[in-house]
Design a protein around this ligand. Structure first.
Ligand code: SOE
Length: 394
């Protein structure tokens, strides 16, 4: 896209608005609110998004939050959302232990549901959510937001076109640094609320990414190691210490369909790795590498160039016409960031609800349940110190 092509005008739509409610107001509340608001501005959508209600527990913070992000109203009682006929879709952006209760209630009330990842705190809850989705009229979506980065979409396309040939090897990591000894014992360190630690929070993303990019399922977890480095942490109110009973790091080796050998690592205790995740996929004809810290690029290597011109190529995935979502944003080479994944996802959700195809598939509850099975299997492999077959985890 040339510079003169920016500032596109958007076609006015007369279709009925899609009424959205969001439950949750913290980090994901901000990311999702921004997603719904910006999607209206940057994408030509068949149905405009109406940001009807935001729900969270802290009334004092909620009113200014609603105003700032453009929500029409707010409530501290999430159950009232089920009765609001103006709401078509409920976005569940709460801690993991309430995903099941809230999502199932909303599906039973006839709403579409977009739930934050991981799908649930436990496999049982995830299974109940997938079953409720199967029996409901509403559609479901899970916020694996990194699928919606243009360079990731390009990787998906590259593999679908067979450019890597037979896939052989996957290597994925998700490292963060915020979980050191001084980090307060917030809900993310309570097993009863989060389900697991770095595993469900971070491995969930790269498991989804591996499944999405390769299109292959997991067959076995061949070995895993989980560690809780800090079993006690200072309480958030400053009064004493509390138990942290989740993993601070979990790494595992897996067999995927077709004999693909895969490795995954997650920790929140890697100083200097602020939000460092990436995936490498190696096949018979070539390799590719995505690194979030260079999220506008996809690195690719095509094997077989034996004339001395081989090597890695970095593709800037920012060109309208060639790269997903690029036409909606800025001219070529004007980078996008973390928040754009959420905006792109909000737009794709509206497309699906208007009967259109999303840019690339959005995981629904059935799909995210498959990721949850891999989470469960690898946690079992770590705690039972043995190989776990995915067929035994349902
Ligand atoms: C915290 O570790 C966190 O916000 C995750 O929960 C998100 O899913 C990840 O994208 C960024 O880090």
């Amino acid at each position: 896209m040339g510079l003169e092509d920016t500032g596109r005008t958007h076609a006015a739509t007369t279709a009925s608005p899609l009424g959205v409610a969001l439950i949750g107001q913290r980090f994901m509340g901000r990311a999702h609110s921004n997603g719904w608001g910006q999607a209206n501005r940057f994408f030509d959508l068949q149905r405009p998004i109406r940001m009807r209600t935001i729900c969270a527990r802290n009334a004092e913070e909620l009113a200014p939050f609603a105003k700032r992000f453009g929500w029409e109203s707010w409530t501290t009682d999430w159950r009232t959302i089920a009765d609001d006929a103006e709401i078509d879709l409920v976005d569940v952006g709460t801690p993991n232990d309430v995903h099941a209760e809230q999502s199932i209630a909303m599906l039973q009330a006839g709403k579409h549901v977009a739930c934050e990842k991981p799908l649930a705190a436990t496999l049982d809850e995830a299974r109940r959510m997938a079953e409720a989705a199967r029996d409901a009229d509403g559609k479901t979506f899970v916020w694996f937001n990194y699928r919606r980065i243009p360079a990731v979409v390009l990787a998906h396309q590259w593999i679908r076109e067979g450019r890597l040939g037979r896939l052989l090897h996957v290597r994925a990591r998700y490292l963060q640094s915020w979980g050191g000894a001084d980090t307060p014992r917030v809900w993310r360190f309570e097993k009863s609320r989060a389900g697991s630690g770095a595993h469900g929070d971070l491995n969930a993303h790269i498991i989804d990414m591996a499944r999405f990019l390769t299109g292959l399922s997991f067959e076995a977890i061949d070995g895993a190691i989980a560690r809780t480095f800090y079993p006690e942490r200072p309480m958030p109110d400053g009064k004493g210490v509390g138990t942290s009973d989740v993993d601070d790091a979990l790494s595992f080796l897996a067999s995927m369909e077709g004999g693909v050998a895969a490795s995954f690592e997650a920790t929140r205790c890697a100083p200097g790795h602020l939000n460092d995740h990436g995936i490498e996929i190696n096949g018979e004809l070539g390799s590719l590498r995505f690194d979030f810290n260079e999220m506008n690029y996809l690195s690719v290597h095509e094997a077989g160039l034996g004339d001395g011109t081989g090597g890695w190529k970095r593709i800037a995935a920012t060109s309208a016409g060639d790269h997903a979502y690029a036409a909606e944003w800025w001219p070529d080479g004007h980078w996008i960031g973390y928040e754009h994944g959420f905006v792109n996802m909000a737009a794709d959700i509206v497309r699906v609800l208007a009967g259109e195809e999303p840019t690339v598939p959005i995981p629904d509850f059935a799909d995210a349940y498959e990721t949850q099975r891999v989470l469960e299997a690898s946690m079992r492999a770590a705690t039972e110190h043995r190989r776990i077959l995915l067929d035994d985890v349902r």
